[in-house]
Design a protein around this ligand. Structure first.
Ligand code: ADP
Ligand code: MG
Length: 567
C-alpha cells in the first residue's frame, strides 16, 4: 500500500520544492484512495489540496437518508477528522506551512460544507496538507510519514462508522434534525423565534463563540411560553416570539443584546453542548444596522428618506458613502428585496435619528426640514401591509410602546412579559407625536445589470475570503464587517464563488430579471448540485466552502463596487 507514493518521495527527497509536483495523481491505499489534486508552489504558499475516497465506510444509510441528516453527519465527520489530526499532528515541521494538516471544520454552527460528502457508494474527505520542506528542499521522509502513516490512522479513526461513538453521532444528527423540525413549526405557530427554557445565550467573549461558563440559564415567562415538538414527539418549552412588532426593553447590561444576538444566529443550528441548540429563528431573519460609509446602488429608500438637501428623488438612491440613517434604510429595503419578512434591530447599532423622532423634536424641527421618516412610523405598517415582523431592542425610548404587539423586558438576564404594563403606560401617558409617513410604504425592485460582475467572467481570478468579513474578487475587496449573520470565512469564500457564478450565468440582457430571481436560481442550483456547483471552471472539488444564506450573498452583491442595477 502506498508503495508508489513512497518511491516518488524517495526519488525527490532533498530536491527543490517544485519536484513535489510529481505527486499529483491518485494512490491506492488499502481501504481508501488518496487524490493529490493541487500541489503548492512553495512551502509558504497555501497548502496543497488533497482528498480521500473511502468506498466501504459502513455508515448506516438512515444517518444520511435525507438532506437534513446528511448535513449533520458530514459535519460530524469533519470534526472527527479534525480531532484525529489534532491528536496525531503536533504543529508544523520545517519551513513555512510544512506539515500543517487541516480540514475545514465548523465552529459552533453546523452547516452544509464542501469538505465532506457522503453517499452509499463513497465517503469523500477534502483536506489540506503543507508538504514538508527544510528551507525549500523537500523533506521526503517527513512527507512519507504524514502520507503513509499518519493519514491512514486519521482516516481509520474518523471515517469508519465502527470506529466512532455511535451514540454521539446519533445525538449530533438528531440535535440538528430537532432544530430543523422546530424551525418548521415556527411558521405554523405564527412565531418568529423560539428560545427554549434552559438555553445558555451569552458567549465566552467577543472572539470566542463558546458558551459563557456559569451563565444564567434562560427561563421563559409563563405568558409567552409555548411547547414545540422534537422529531420523536417530545415537547420542549420555551419563549415564543410571535409575529408582529416585538420590543426588547430593560436596563443597560441586563442582557438585551445577548438575547437579540442569539436570535440573529438562531437561523443556524448549533452543536450539542453549545447552549443555543434550541434557540431557533425563522430562516429569513435579517439583522439590520446602520453602516455609514457603505456603497448604495439605486436603492429605493423613498419610504424612509424623502428629498434630502441636494439629492431630490430617492427612489433610486446611489452613493459611495452613505450616512448612518440612509445606510440603515437601504439595508432594510435590500433585505426585503431578497425576500426577508423578519427584521432584527439593536439600538446599539442603529442610527437614533432613523429609529425615533419625538414630540419635542417634531415641534422644533418642522417635518419639511426633516427628510427622514423614522422607522417608528413604518414598523406597524410593515407588519400589517407587508407581513414583515420586527424584533427590536430599545431600552432608551418608550415611543415604540404604542406600536408593539409584544414587549419583553430583560431583568438580570431573565425575560419578563411586560406587554400589558407597556400598554397601560402608553394609555396613561399619551404622547402627541404625529405619524409622519408621507405615503404608503413601497419600494421598487432592482434588476442587476449584466456588466455588474461581468468584467470578471472567464478570467482565472483570485476568489477568496480574508477572515469572515472581507471578500476578494481579483483586486476588488468587499467589506462585510457589518453583515453580522456571517459566521465563517468559508461562507465568505463561498459568496465570492457565488458572485462569480452570477457573472457566468447572467450574461443575457434580459432586463426583467430581479435580484430575487438571481438569488433564487442560485439557491436552487446549490440545492440540486451541492456547494460544488459554485466551483469556477478548472477548480473542481472545491475545498473550504460553507453554505451562505441568500441574504448574505445579496449583501455582498449590494456592497460590490462594480455592481450596477437598473430599476
Ligand atoms: P444590554 O444589551 O442589555 O446592555 P448585554 O446583552 O450586552 O446587555 O449583556 C451585558 C453583559 O452581560 C454581557 O457581558 C453578557 O455577556 C452578560 N450576560 C448576558 N446574558 C447573561 C447571562 N444569561 N448570564 C450571565 N451573563 C450574561
Ligand atoms: Mg445592548
Amino acid at each position: 500500500i502506498g508503495e508508489e507514493i513512497i518511491s516518488i518521495l524517495n526519488r525527490i527527497d532533498g530536491r527543490g520544492y517544485k519536484a513535489y509536483l510529481d505527486l499529483k495523481g491518485s494512490y491506492d491505499f488499502n481501504y481508501f484512495t488518496l487524490f493529490i489534486d493541487h500541489v503548492q508552489r512553495d512551502p509558504f504558499a497555501s497548502p496543497s489540496l488533497l482528498r480521500v475516497e473511502i468506498p466501504d465506510h459502513s455508515f448506516p444509510r438512515e444517518l444520511y437518508q435525507n438532506k437534513t441528516r446528511k448535513i449533520a453527519l458530514e459535519d460530524y465527520i469533519s470534526r472527527a477528522f479534525a480531532e484525529g489530526i489534532e491528536k496525531r499532528v503536533k504543529g508544523r515541521k520545517g519551513s513555512g506551512k510544512s506539515g500543517i494538516l487541516r480540514i475545514d471544520q465548523g465552529r459552533q454552527e453546523v452547516m452544509e460544507r464542501s469538505c465532506v460528502n457522503i453517499s452509499p457508494r463513497v465517503l469523500e474527505i477534502r483536506f489540506e496538507l503543507g508538504l514538508p520542506a527544510r528551507g525549500r528542499r523537500i523533506m521526503g521522509s517527513e512527507a512519507q510519514k504524514l502520507l503513509t502513516r499518519v493519514l491512514p490512522e486519521i482516516v481509520s479513526c474518523s471515517c469508519f462508522y465502527g470506529n466512532l461513538p455511535a451514540r454521539e453521532i446519533a445525538r449530533h444528527v438528531q440535535g440538528y434534525e430537532d432544530a430543523e423540525h422546530i424551525r418548521q413549526q415556527l411558521v405554523k405557530e405564527g412565531l418568529v423565534a423560539f428560545i427554549a427554557t434552559g438555553s445558555i445565550l451569552p458567549r465566552e467573549s467577543g472572539i470566542s463563540p463558546k458558551p459563557l461558563p456559569r451563565a444564567v440559564a434562560f427561563r421563559s415567562p409563563d405568558t409567552i411560553t409555548v411547547s414545540l415538538e422534537t422529531t420523536d414527539g417530545n415537547l420542549v418549552q420555551g419563549m415564543g416570539i410571535p409575529e408582529g412588532v416585538t420590543l426588547i426593553v430593560g436596563g443597560g447590561y441586563h442582557g438585551k443584546s445577548t438575547l437579540l444576538q442569539a436570535v440573529e444566529l438562531g437561523v443556524y443550528n448549533h452543536l450539542p453542548g453549545d447552549g443555543r441548540e434550541l434557540v431557533i429563528t425563522r430562516e429569513d431573519a435579517v439583522k439590520i444596522r446602520a453602516e455609514d460609509g457603505r456603497r448604495i446602488e439605486k436603492v429605493d429608500v423613498s419610504s424612509f428618506i424623502h428629498h434630502p438637501p441636494g439629492v431630490g428623488d430617492t427612489s433610486d438612491f446611489s452613493t459611495e458613502n452613505a450616512s448612518g440613517s440612509t445606510s440603515q434604510a437601504a439595508n432594510i429595503i435590500e433585505a426585503l428585496e431578497a425576500g426577508s419578512k423578519l427584521l432584527l434591530f439593536d439600538e446599539d447599532t442603529s442610527a437614533t435619528n432613523f429609529m425615533i423622532r419625538d414630540e419635542r423634536m417634531q415641534r422644533l424641527v418642522n417635518k419639511d426640514k426633516e427628510p427622514i421618516t423614522p422607522f417608528i412610523d413604518r414598523v406597524g405598517e410593515l407588519y400589517h401591509d407587508q407581513g414583515v415582523s420586527t424584533v427590536l431592542v430599545m431600552g432608551g425610548s418608550g415611543d415604540y410602546f404604542q406600536e408593539a404587539d409584544t414587549v419583553i423586558m430583560m431583568d438580570h438576564y431573565q425575560p419578563r412579559d411586560v406587554t400589558r404594563d407597556a400598554r397601560n403606560i402608553a394609555r396613561e401617558m399619551p404622547i402627541n407625536r404625529k405619524a409622519e409617513a408621507p405615503g404608503k410604504f413601497h419600494y421598487q425592485k432592482r434588476h442587476p445589470r449584466p456588466e455588474s460582475i461581468q468584467p470578471y467572467k472567464g478570467q482565472r481570478l483570485k476568489l477568496d475570503s480574508r477572515g469572515i468579513s472581507t471578500l476578494m474578487i481579483g483586486a476588488l475587496m468587499v467589506d462585510l464587517s457589518s453583515v453580522e449573520q456571517l459566521v465563517e470565512s468559508s461562507q465568505t469564500r463561498a459568496i465570492s464563488y457565488a458572485l462569480y457564478q452570477l457573472a457566468r450565468n447572467y450574461p443575457h440582457k434580459n432586463s426583467s430579471v430581479t435580484v430575487k430571481n438571481v438569488l433564487d436560481d442560485l439557491d436552487e442550483e446549490i440545492n440540486r448540485n451541492g456547494l460544488d456547483y459554485l466551483a469556477p471552471p478548472g477548480r473542481k472539488n472545491p475545498h473550504n466552502l460553507a453554505r451562505p444564506r441568500q441574504y448574505e450573498i445579496a449583501a455582498a452583491l449590494n456592497r460590490l463596487r462594480s455592481c450596477k442595477m437598473n430599476i
